[in-house]
Ligand binder design. Structure first.
Ligand code: AHR
Length: 850
């Protein structure tokens, strides 16, 4: 694969190609792609593409885990509710009918289920209702299984009715009645099936009710619809089918911040996520909500088994997101090291081993194949330098017991070398596309290897491989738009061509519950991360534009990269957006203060001098309140993602000057410019990306992407810095203490390349797979030549993903951007094809090798 801005022969090529009419489409850009079957690149291992997973965006609870009851053990923290609303019932629960409900801490089922919900009856019928994960999904003719612990008190010994009620008019869609409940905790299970004429709706609640006097208490209340392959307590079928179509070779479990947790007590503690559901206490996840842990280790393994994917295991490595760590040699790290060894045994040990036996008891007698283990996640966030020691201790223990396992490090280490490094890339579509070939073997002297912002900038020396364990173009909310999908396709094509050193890769995040906030009930929106692969609500699911690009590639991977050369004419330059707006300051989980803020026009005239205590009232804040002292302005909550803005939306060029000091927290300073409102602004992020880089970012309707080069920069705590930002048109120069740090010109969103193309080969069925991304707004006329082939079947297949680059798929329009397949009959050793604007195309060509 090659990407070219222009080629020396371009003018001649354009003259030759533009004179030829092609399929009735105006083709403004011409290109020439040569593929030689005799010049084979690296083998693409069957391990190549996988899924990255963690509890984020309600990926498991309210997502893949088919459980429909939210807060089934009543332990979820209460949300901020509208003023005046009752606070006494656990969140997502309400009272139905004539009675009283209250949380009970006395005489629990067991220590993992410390709370119960008590319903006091006063002669009539009363119940407790759960509103599910943004609704309980109802479908006609569908069987549900409800289960719960119950205990009768004060004379109540009647049955309990489990039912689904629609929100409108309280219509009962289906119900079942238990046997009379006893005075001691017991588990009750009932099933019911909705009528064939029942509505399809998520506007429904699940209700447990009883009639009479006395009280009845409930714990671990559960409701399951049909699951994938009808597995009790299993996984959501529509999401599993979407994932199965990606043919994942592995699942990184769990990846991301979730493995670390915000604090030590809330780290990913796998031993609390095995065994029956009533033995799992749950824990506060790091993405703002509690995890029931109903989706735990056995469910990870079920997921792997049902998708025929291998686990890539990430083990907790002694660092948590609040910045704390334990050191090598400490008793705590000895414990975590032991837990990591046991976790490996739980997954891959024989059923006769201590932890293999526990796995067998959880339903999986056969050990799972395991080849990769990752030590931690993004440990470059740990600025203490402790990773070297923590990694070495855990890696040494794993190597001693499991010498065949490949070990993945998440941050640079100097001593004991890993088998792989995990590089992460969350980039703008433009950047990701231009980085697609950064792992190519250097043709000249290699650039020095640099680690910044979560990734190295190229291949490792000494045979160390790379796991690209999180990557994604960041355009489109909450799922990627087509422009991102094109960049994602190009990035995968680049990885395929470097599969000798990138044996495994996975996009992130995988899943997103797309429900918006319910302000009336005080529920936040379901998602936390901006751009995610597969979206869903309680009833429906959809693949994003990027999902379709990835499934096209997954189904047409090939087992061998082919060397190809592309010559392409220049793309039509796009205009950068006009830039104007006010200024501001921000924080990213950091206690910061800003003072002496001034704005000066290009003629030296003062546009603004901020007097914090007087002026702050007129500032507009997003993400949290800002406060002022006499001199400085600071976020009310230093652990927020918030920013405050002022100034004139029509300002264009100016210089912002200010003093800034960090007191604590994860990152550094944020200075806003050309800001219009909380969703549309640009900012200079000094000490962003875990306090590693200074770089600009631009947000459009909340969709924020980085642009320009990131320069390594770390903000020190406790000292004042002088910041100066000169803004002129799209050019930004940022100075720290008088030294130029950032010098950036904002470019348009589309990639500065007119085409990206590559080819792979599927040996068994003699198929050349040609992959072409046309990111530009002109059609691309390409002459394709196949060398080293005996005979080419004239009948080929084209799969095309194309459309508006800003378009996204949604619950309402799930296939707005989806591939279209066609056959064509002009394939030969030398043929032509026009690729539509903003498209990704995959051609399948059957050949006879020479
Ligand atoms: O994928 C979302 C998050 O991005 C992951 O949790 C973390 O590893 C990364 O910072």
């Amino acid at each position: 694969m090659k990407q070219l801005k222009s080629a020396p022969a371009c003018a001649a090529l354009m003259a030759a190609f533009c004179s030829l009419p092609v399929q009735g489409v105006r083709a403004d850009v011409t290109a020439n792609l040569d593929i030689d079957l005799r010049k084979q690149g690296p083998a693409i291992p069957p391990t190549f593409g996988g899924l990255m997973t963690e509890e984020i965006n309600h990926s498991y609870d309210g997502g893949l885990f088919a459980e429909l009851v939210q807060n089934r053990t009543f332990q979820d923290p209460a949300p901020r509710r509208p003023q005046g609303s009752p606070q006494d019932l656990p969140v997502h629960w309400s009272l139905v009918g004539d009675g009283k409900a209250s949380l009970d801490r006395t005489d629990p089922v067991n220590s993992a289920l410390p709370l119960s919900l008590r319903l006091d009856l006063s002669g009539g019928t009363a119940g407790v209702a759960n509103d599910g994960y943004w609704g309980i999904p109802v479908r006609p003719g569908t069987k549900y299984t409800a289960s719960f612990y119950a205990r009768g008190g004060a004379g109540f010994a009647g049955p309990v009715t489990a039912s689904i009620l629609t929100d409108d008019g309280n219509v009962t869609v289906a119900k079942a009645v238990t046997k009379p409940v006893s005075g001691a905790w017991q588990k009750y299970t009932v099933t019911f099936t909705t009528d064939r004429k029942a509505p399809t709706t998520a506007k429904a609640r699940f209700v447990l009710s009883a009639t009479g006097i006395g009280n009845v208490s409930f714990s671990l209340v559960s409701l399951f619809p049909p699951t994938y392959q009808n597995t009790p307590g299993g996984l959501r079928p529509d999401l599993m089918k979407l994932m199965a179509d990606l043919h994942p070779a592995f699942i990184r479990l769990p990846g991301g911040n979730y493995v670390e947790g915000s604090t030590f007590p809330t780290r990913f503690n796998w031993k609390q996520m095995i065994g029956p559901a009533d033995q799992r206490p749950g824990h506060q996840g790091c993405w703002g909500y509690r995890s029931s842990d109903g989706f735990g280790m056995p469910e990870y393994l079920l997921w792997c088994k049902q998708l025929k994917a291998e686990p890539v295991l990430a083990v907790f490595a002694g660092y948590v997101l609040n910045g704390n760590h334990v050191d090598a040699g400490s008793p705590e790290l000895a414990q975590y090291t032991q837990e990591a060894l046991e976790e490996i045994e739980y997954v891959s040990g024989p059923a006769t081993s201590e932890w293999g036996k526990r796995r067998a008891a959880d339903g999986f007698p056969e050990p799972f194949p395991l080849h990769y283990v990752e030590i931690g996640n993004e440990d470059w966030f740990d600025k203490s330098g402790s990773y070297e020691g923590r990694y070495t201790q855990i890696a040494t223990a794993i190597r001693a017991k499991y010498p065949k396992l490949k070990i993945i490090a998440t941050a640079p280490v100097k001593g004991l070398q890993p088998d792989l490094y995990d590089d992460h890339f969350y980039r703008s579509a433009r950047q990701l596309m231009t980085q697609a070939r950064q792992y190519d073997p250097p043709t000249g002297p290699a650039e020095p290897l640099r680690f910044a912002g979560g990734a190295f900038n190229g291949r490792q020396p000494n045979g160390i491989q790379t796991f690209i364990g999180e990557w994604a173009a960041q355009e489109g909310r909450p799922t990627p738009n087509l422009n991102s999908a094109l960049a994602d396709a190009a990035f995968i094509m680049g990885m395929e061509q470097n599969a000798d050193i990138i044996p495994i890769e996975c996009y992130a995040p995988l899943l997103v519950n797309v429900n918006p906030a319910d302000t009336a009930k005080g529920y936040p929106r379901a998602w936390q991360w901006g751009t995610n692969l597969i979206g869903y609500d309680a009833l429906n699911s959809f693949g994003s534009a990027s999902y379709y690009a990835q499934s096209m590639l997954a189904k047409n991977r090939g087992d061998r990269a082919l060397v190809s050369t592309l010559q392409a004419g220049p793309s039509t330059p796009e205009q950068a957006p006009a830039a104007r707006g006010g200024i501001g300051v921000g924080t990213w989980h950091t206690q910061v203060e800003y003072t002496d803020i001034t704005v000066t026009g290009p003629d030296g005239r003062s546009l603004l001098t901020v007097a914090p205590d007087r002026d702050l009232k007129s500032w507009q804040a997003t993400g949290g309140r800002w406060e002022a002292t006499e001199k400085a302005i600071h976020p009310a909550n230093g652990d927020s993602e918030s920013w405050a803005m002022t100034g004139d939306p029509n300002w264009t060029d100016y210089t912002v000057q200010l003093k800034a000091r960090k007191q604590a927290g994860r990152e550094g300073f944020i200075v806003l410019f050309h800001s219009k409102d909380g969703e549309n602004y640009r900012w200079w992020n000094v000490g962003g990306w875990g306090n590693t880089l200074a770089r600009c970012e631009a947000a459009k309707n909340g969709d924020r992407v980085a642009y320009g080069a990131g320069v390594p920069f770390t903000v020190e705590t406790g000292r004042w810095y002088d910041l100066r930002l000169e803004v002129k048109g799209n050019r930004v120069r940022g100075y720290v203490d008088g030294k130029l740090v950032t010098n950036t010109n904002e470019e348009p969103a589309a990639a500065p390349v007119s085409a990206i193309a590559s080819a792979t080969y599927a040996t068994a069925d003699h198929t050349i797979l040609v992959k072409v991304v046309n990111p530009g707004s002109d059609a691309l006329d390409m002459a394709i030549r196949l060398d080293g082939v005996g005979k080419v079947d004239p009948k080929g297949t084209a799969i095309v993903l194309a459309g508006d680059p800003n378009a996204v798929n949604t619950v309402e329009q799930p296939t707005n951007i989806a591939p279209k397949q066609e056959t064509f009959t002009n394939a030969s050793e030398s043929f032509r094809r026009t690729f539509p604007p903003h498209s990704f195309t995959l051609l399948r060509l059957t050949v006879k090798p020479q």
